[in-house]
Write a protein that binds this ligand. Structure first.
Ligand SMILES: [Zn+2]
Length: 248
């Protein structure tokens, strides 16, 4: 008999197949990113309909199939309905889901990634600053995946305080203004934003979103984080292209 797996998880992606089926990509705490077939789940009256849609955080009962899991039961725990209230919020959620689907491991524990995404989506629903949610989720997701930049001090001289730094998105390192000038680089990271990045990277999970920066600075920081994501991963996120048109 096929082995049964009970797990919570959030639907990162749904691909409609046939008349009424869906193939889901689910981020789970114990098995990382998995694929699962949800038969007939597009039908309104189907028992899986309410708990297998995009961004549903549900409790799943799965069976191991030949090529992917098969969803037998699903009970919704949180559906993040308020994401649908704004195009910008929904677009950011789509991007963060794609980012997490790319960065989170398959077949391995991904509890921190799952909690990061759940917290991010909850904050989008609560109308937190979207640039802030985006920057935090990007930096932490990259760090969990092994792309943590070294923001402790200047890579050239070791100084760690200053009005402005150069954040090298290719190397994931920091140069102070003097070392940047010697290297022919223009500073791109004001001191306040560096403090915010350090807070995001070096705080405990429960404190990562609790810092304050003016809107313009958050927007700039968000842009820099995206530069870092695209440079480090060398991957084109379709959802990011769209997000940048609604949240420039
Ligand atoms: Zn230096």
């Amino acid at each position: 008999m096929a082995q049964q797996v009970k797990t919570t998880g959030i639907v990162l992606r749904e691909v409609r197949t046939g008349e009424s089926d869906r193939i889901l990509t689910i981020l789970t705490p114990g098995h990382g990113v998995i694929s699962a077939s949800a038969k007939s789940s597009q039908r309104l009256k189907n028992k899986l309909f309410a708990a297998t849609g995009l961004f549903c955080y549900s409790e799943f009962v799965l069976f191991e199939g030949k090529t992917m899991y098969i969803v037998d039961e699903a009970t919704a725990l949180e559906v993040f309905f308020d994401l649908r209230g704004s195009v910008e919020g929904m677009s950011l959620a789509m991007y963060l889901a794609e980012l997490m689907g790319t960065l989170a491991p398959e077949g391995e524990e991904a509890d921190v990634q799952l909690r990061l995404l759940l917290n991010s989506l909850a904050l989008i629903c609560r109308r937190r600053n979207l640039y802030q949610v985006k920057a935090v989720c990007e930096l932490r997701a990259l760090s969990h995946a092994g792309y943590m930049p070294d923001l402790v001090a200047c890579a050239g001289c070791g100084c760690y305080e200053g009005d402005a730094f150069f954040f090298d998105v290719a190397e994931g390192r920091l140069l102070c203004s003097s070392c940047a000038a010697r290297a022919g680089r223009a500073v791109n990271l004001p001191g306040a934003e560096l403090s915010a990045m350090r807070h995001i990277l070096y705080s405990g999970d429960d404190r990562i979103f609790s810092f304050i920066l003016p809107e313009e600075a958050l927007r700039h920081l968000s842009g820099l984080c995206t530069d870092y994501v695209t440079r480090q991963l060398d991957h084109r996120f379709k959802s990011l292209d769209f997000l940048q048109t609604v949240l420039p």
